[in-house]
Design a protein around this ligand. Sequence first.
Ligand code: ZN
Length: 88
Amino acid sequence: MADTCASCGLDLKSHEEGDGPAVLVILLLGFLLVTLALWVDAAFSPPWWVHLIVWPPVVGLSGLWMLRVAKATLIAMQFRHRRHDFDA
Ligand SMILES: [Zn+2]
């Protein structure tokens, strides 16, 4: 987490999101990607090594992207509803 927002200079040092975004990403992305992998397997019946090549980068990149979005959303929601946390 950056100390301050690059756009508006908001102090983010006191912000602590804990495991919230990671748990959200694990559950949501796990459900989506396992469903997608099962569908790909059922629809196209690719050999096993195709799954081995395709899914690790998909999981890694979408996880990194989604973690950023989840963290930013959590900070935005906290800023909107619990603004006093940022004034400390
Ligand atoms: Zn900002």
